[in-house]
Design a protein around this ligand. Structure first.
Ligand code: NAD
Ligand code: UDP
Ligand code: UDP
Length: 389
């Protein structure tokens, strides 16, 4: 099949990785599935900013047009409303496959394609599992046909309720195959299997990222995840809902600097005796985040899987304290029953990403949270104004 976007040999099969970033670099044609979502939209910003052509495929299940609207009118940007569960024909160099609802609330309840007719609920198919399996199969089929490089955003959930701590990529996990989280956990495990089978069996160039909990601007305000819940609750003067005893742990990483990089900067003071120098750096120069990790993985030579996460580990009670310190020290805590199969602890070992991708997160929870709070305050305020509150 002819590829109108490959104008030279440089865009051929297996050569994408050798197209280096920076001056003299050829612009690529890149698909981002799930590009209207939280992480995807930050990735799209980054790819467009470095001059690439980006096609977003999204069915807007959990994503929002608002996340990418600032690119409308950019000739290098295209948005296609499409469900990855259906095949699609495109001609591109790289595929970032993110499409998949990531919040447990979405994947446990809403993602089930339900038809509600008065008192009848017909469960057609677990959409999260289908998206992960059939959607990934289609994107791998696409990658195979056009010789594109394919990156899967897998998850720390493949480790389940881990018996090894912290988790290394070599750990095979402890997942309940029939639990309420299985559509996501097992769906991603199957997606990883498919990815490696297309790599071994069909020679597709693949990359696998295992991402740990992310927070930041553009997160769905009411998606039920712990950071978005706590931040929204503190802003709305509601109690912070801690599930279970709050002693379970997670490791939170900040999504990206891109929303703020034009307006914010750090000032460093460097002392070269006997003089002090002030060095001003934009966020984008100083900090590396998960979106950068994904690009480093795509552009690098290693298949993975790679853990991409921040090794800082917090109990939910500790997280609540950080949120209180950041937003409202008088906020109260309300304990609620925990959900089934909730992993007790999670913390990435990122030695592999450090050694092979030269990547590590740089921003701590206490630094990243205020950036998210600014975004949430603005959106919650405009929501309340819209409702006439
Ligand atoms: P998100 O829900 O904000 O974004 C997912 C996007 O995929 C949305 O825009 C949604 O509309 C789209 N989508 C869902 N099903 C689709 C389908 N069938 N066809 C087309 N589009 C579809 O989630 P996110 O937090 O941005 O996560 C992005 C990716 O990163 C996911 O693959 C997720 O599993 C992975 N991940 C996220 C986290 C996290 O903490 N956010 C952690 C680990 C892994
Ligand atoms: N596919 C797609 N776009 C393409 C090529 C394939 O969506 O450009 C889908 C295709 O419909 C199939 C899946 O990817 O469902 C796997 O394709 P593959 O060629 O590997 O398998 P086959 O079609 O031979 O079963
Ligand atoms: N959690 C909580 N309060 C909330 C939402 C979640 O205490 O309002 C807990 C949840 O039980 C889990 C942890 O926070 O132990 C992380 O949940 P989240 O849904 O954010 O991510 P995941 O479980 O997928 O890591």
């Amino acid at each position: 099949v002819s590829n109108p976007y490959r104008t030279s040999e440089n865009y051929g099969v297996g050569k994408v990785g050798r197209v280096s970033a920076g001056i003299g670099r050829r612009n690529l044609r890149i698909v981002v599935t799930g590009g209207a979502g939280f992480v995807g939209s930050h990735l799209v910003d980054k790819l467009l900013a470095r001059g690439d052509n980006v096609i977003v495929i999204d069915n807007f299940f959990t994503g929002r047009k608002e996340n990418v609207m600032h690119h409308f009118g950019n000739p290098r940007f295209e948005l296609i409303r499409h469900d990855v569960v259906e095949p699609i024909l495109l001609e591109v160099d790289q595929i970032y496959h993110l499409a998949c609802p990531a919040s447990p609330v979405h994947y446990k309840y809403n993602p089930i394609k339900t038809i509600i007719s008065f008192y009848t609920v017909i469960v057609i198919l677990d959409c999260d599992y289908k998206t992960n399996v059939v959607g990934t199969l289609n994107m791998l089929g696409l990658a195979k046909r056009i010789g594109a490089r394919f990156l899967l955003t897998s998850t720390s959930e493949v480790y389940g309720d881990p018996l090894e701590h912290p988790q290394k990529e070599t750990y095979w996990g402890n997942v309940n195959p029939i639990g309420v989280r299985s559509c996501y956990d097992e769906g991603k495990r199957t997606a990883e299997t498919l990815t490696m089978d297309y790599h071994r069996g069909a020679g597709v160039e693949v990359r696998i990222a295992r991402i740990f909990n992310i927070y930041g601007p553009r997160m769905c305000i009411d998606d039920g995840r712990v950071v978005s819940n706590f931040v929204a609750q503190a802003i709305r003067n509601q109690p912070l809902t801690v599930y279970g005893d709050g002693k379970q742990t997670r490791s939170f990483q900040y999504v990206s600097d891109l929303v703020f990089h034009r307006s914010s900067s750090y000032i460093f003071v460097v002392r070269v005796l006997p003089t002090y120098f002030f060095v001003i750096c934009g966020w984008d120069i100083c900090l590396a985040f998960v979106v950068d990790g994904l690009v480093a993985l795509m552009e690098g030579e290693h298949v993975g899987p790679f853990n991409l996460g921040n090794p800082g580990e917090f109990t939910m009670l500790e997280l609540a304290e950080v949120v209180k310190d950041t937003i409202d020290s008088s906020a109260t805590i309300e304990f609620k029953p925990n959900t089934a199969d909730d992993p007790h602890k999670r913390k990435p070992d990122i030695t592999k990403a450090k050694d092979l991708l030269n990547w590590e997160p740089k921003i701590s929870l206490r630094e990243g949270l205020p950036l998210m709070v600014t975004d949430f305050q603005r959106r919650i305020l405009s929501e309340e104004e819209g409702k006439g509150l």
